[in-house]
Design a protein around this ligand. Structure first.
Ligand code: OAD
Length: 277
């Protein structure tokens, strides 16, 4: 068998044993097969394809200072990324199947596509580390702004502004220059303590280049007793700079991994039920 088959067997074995819970740390790579581009992949990534927006540098589209002076590029991009146009991938459904079997501890996602919610994973398990399109606020006075009106306006290319103070309205997505949501720190503190004390967790990092902090530091923080897994097209972050002997590295397509694991575990029937929903 190929290297990746052996690794999938190892993970299937841990799952069958049923004594370890899984924590997922995910990024844009788990949603590319849904049709949403990631950020940093050469040629296909969003940051490569933002030239038409005439940004000083690609990440400016998510920069709070840049936005307050020039919100247009972000509003244009919002139309492309707005939830409702995409469906969960095999990988999202794999996580849902693990929740059904009480094997899921948490999924920390950097994605703003809400595909974790859409796959039916319960809110308690999801930490949207970089926020989402689920609510909007005025960047000046903090008043909230209704989702339907926000969506309607940006799709008509009209900038949504605050009804109270006329300030710009922005979805609760964490921009560069803003703090991550409190839920991220609260849940990680609690989960980290449990990981440290009990040790019987599996930490799966998937579909992220681990280039944005503080999220990128999480895999390096867990104790040596934690089984770490990386599923990604390339080796990244702490898995590259401080590899551990026990790390399981799967350099493959995310959905290929999810499909193979589901087949190996004989979960295909339940998977089909979820995909039909
Ligand atoms: P990146 O685009 O930086 O990284 C995506 C990673 O997934 C890369 O390592 C790809 O090689 C890998 N990948 C893509 N498609 C894959 C596939 N089908 N199978 C396996 N691997 C695949 O995206 P993130 O790490 O999520 O911030 O980016 C982190 C943050 O940077 C985002 O949350 C966003 C951005 O600025 C905000 O929106 C605030």
């Amino acid at each position: 068998p190929e290297m990746s088959d052996l690794n999938i067997n190892k993970i299937a074995e841990i799952i069958r044993n049923g004594d370890k819970k899984f924590i997922f740390l995910v990024g844009a790579g788990i949603s590319t097969s849904a049709g949403i581009p990631d950020f940093r992949s050469p040629k296909t990534g969003l940051y490569h394809n933002l030239q038409k927006l005439k940004l000083p540098y690609a990440e400016a589209v998510f920069d709070i200072d840049y936005f307050s002076n020039n919100p247009k590029p972000f509003y244009i991009l919002s139309k492309e990324l707005y939830p409702g146009q995409f469906l969960p991938t095999s990988f999202h459904l794999l996580v849902k199947l693990m929740e059904q079997r009480k094997l899921l501890k948490r999924i920390y996602t950097q994605n703003i596509d809400t595909l974790e919610r859409l796959s039916g994973i319960h809110d308690d398990y999801i930490v949207e580390a970089h926020g989402s399109f689920n609510a909007n606020h005025c960047i000046d006075c903090g008043s909230s702004f209704e989702n339907e009106s926000f969506k309607e306006l940006i799709f008509k290319d009209i900038h949504p502004t605050c009804e109270k103070c006329d300030g710009l309205v922005k979805p609760d997505i964490t921009f560069f220059g803003e703090a991550l949501p409190a839920k991220f720190f609260d849940k990680w503190d609690a989960d980290f303590t449990e990981i440290d004390e009990k040790g019987d967790f599996v930490l799966v990092t998937a579909g992220t280049s681990l280039s944005v902090y503080p999220f990128a530091s999480l895999p390096g923080e867990v104790s040596k007793r934690t089984q770490r897994v990386l599923v990604n097209k390339e080796i990244v972050g702490d898995y590259k700079t401080s590899p551990r002997k026990t790390d399981i590295i799967i350099l493959d397509d995310i959905d290929t991994f999810a499909d193979e694991l589901i087949r190996e575990l004989n979960w295909s029937k339940d998977f089909e039920k979820l995909s039909l929903k």
